[in-house]
Every structure is written in C-alpha cells, then in structure tokens.
Design a binder for this molecule. Structure first.
Ligand code: PGA
Length: 257
C-alpha cells in the first residue's frame, strides 16, 4: 500500500503572513516524519512564500511535506482573466492540485466536463490531482449516493483511466463539509469500498497507487476511527487543518493506527 496522505485544504482563510506563521510552528513538529505523506494547500497568493519556506526547511532536515493548489485552469496560458495555469503551479514546486471540490462545484458551478479537462491537464504537467466527489444530503436521502459518486468519477476521469496511478480521490459528502457532522466510519467505508472497486475496474487493476481520502469534518477526535477502515487511505481536512497543533494531532492519530 502507498503511504497514507493527510492533506490540508486552507480554502480562503490564510494570508501570506498567517501561512508563514503556521509553517513556523508546523514544520518543526513534522520534521523527520517520513512515514506519512503530508500536503498543504494554501491560498494562491501564499504559495510562493510557502514554497520558499519549505525549500529552506528541506535544506536543514527531512520533511515529507508537499504543496498543493486548491484549483487551477486547464490551459497553459491565454486570455483567462483571474485564472491560474498548471505551469504557474509547477514553477512554485506545487505537486498536488485539488480539483472538483464541492465548493467549486456548488458555489462556482463547475461541471464534470470542466473538471475532467483540469484532471487531464494536471496529469500532463506532472501535477497529482486529488479529484473530489460526493453527494448532497438530498441525494443521500434519495438513495443516490453511489450513483452520484460513480458518475462524478467516470466523467471526471474520462480518458485518463490508464493514468490512475497518478491520481488520488477524495470522497467528501457535501453534508459533512464544514458542518461538524462527519460521515460515520461505516458510511465512509461503504462508499470508499465502492470507489475502490470502481477505479480498479476502470484502470484494469492499475489503481494500487491511488489513495482514496475521506473529507468532511475530520478532526483530531474522529480521525483514528475513520482511518481504521480498510479503504480509507488518508484525509482531506478543512477547518481542523487551520490550526497547526490540531492538524499535527490528526497526523499523529493516523500514525498510531
Ligand atoms: P472540513 O472541510 O474539514 O472543514 O469539513 C473539508 C473540505 O472541504 O475539504
């Protein structure tokens, strides 16, 4: 199995100053901690400073901390006011990109075909996409959870099934994001097991390197029970990742399992 991936999604919460203050506390805590893959996705404006800080830290010691972006556009360059290209990300040594987050889908109207173009472009540029999928409360109540997730994955990964090894997936039920109500380990496991068999079939068995992360109100108190499930390979954490001590606690909970 691949190492667990514990990823922080800071959304639109931290300035450059706050990002650097966080790393000042967080990096010493995770020095030499190589067993678990850690990813941090600051705001676009803070990526450059975070990248420089991380590089400096890596000259002094071993860190398994990677940078992620929260989104990107699929074109390399052009008249796309306000957008960020994959080339701009790789220039800053960004390695991961979160795509299709439910806030992008629901607030900014992103559809599967746009997300698919972004996934393809990310892979072409050597960025590792974390494709986010998940049902709304209404869809869950109508018994549509698995069919919604299946459609988002099949459409989002159309044409890159053979590249499954370069992709991670995050199952994030919309009703669990930022609400304090996480999916129970059993609820998450049911969907994760379904996703595992789906990507195994789509990739013709080439899915061993694909992590299926759970996201939605993960915190230091529920992380241990969730990670014990056989098909949960890590977390995408929002609120609880904003405090370096809480995020570090989640990482230690995972390490101890
Ligand atoms: P949350 O956010 O941990 O605050 O629920 C998760 C996410 O949106 O990725």
């Amino acid at each position: 199995m691949m190492s667990y991936l514990i990823a922080a999604n800071w959304k639109m919460y931290k300035t450059v100053g706050e990002t650097l203050e966080y790393l000042e506390v967080f990096l010493p805590a995770v020095k030499d901690l190589m067993k678990i893959d850690i990813m941090i996705a600051p705001s676009f404006t803070a990526l450059s400073s975070a990248s420089i800080k991380l590089d400096a830290a890596k000259k002094e010691g071993e860190y398994n901390v990677k940078l992620g972006a929260q989104n990107m556009y699929y074109m390399d360059k052009g008249a796309f006011t306000g957008e960020i290209s994959p080339i701009m990300l790789t220039e800053l040594e960004v390695e991961y990109v979160i795509l299709g987050h439910s806030e992008r889908r629901h607030i900014f109207g992103e559809k599967d075909d746009l997300i698919n173009k972004k996934v393809i472009s990310a892979i072409e540029h050597g960025l590792r996409p974390i494709l986010c999928v998940g049902e709304t409360l209404e869809e869950r109540e109508q018994g549509k959870t698995l069919s919604v997730v299946e459609k988002q994955i099949r459409n989002g990964l159309a044409g890159v099934e053979k590249d499954m090894a370069f992709i991670d997936i995050a199952y994030e039920p919309v009703w669990a994001i930022g609400t304090g109500v996480n999916a129970t380990p059993e609820q998450a496991q049911e969907v994760h097991m379904f996703i595992r068999s789906l990507i195994n079939e789509m990739s013709k068995g080439n899915d061993e390197k694909t992590r299926i992360l759970y996201g939605g109100s993960v915190n230091e108190n529920n992380a241990r029970d969730l990670i014990k499930e056989p098909n949960i390979d890590g977390f995408l954490v929002g609120s609880a990742s904003l405090d370096p001590n809480r995020f570090y606690k989640i990482i230690t909970e995972v390490m101890e399992v």
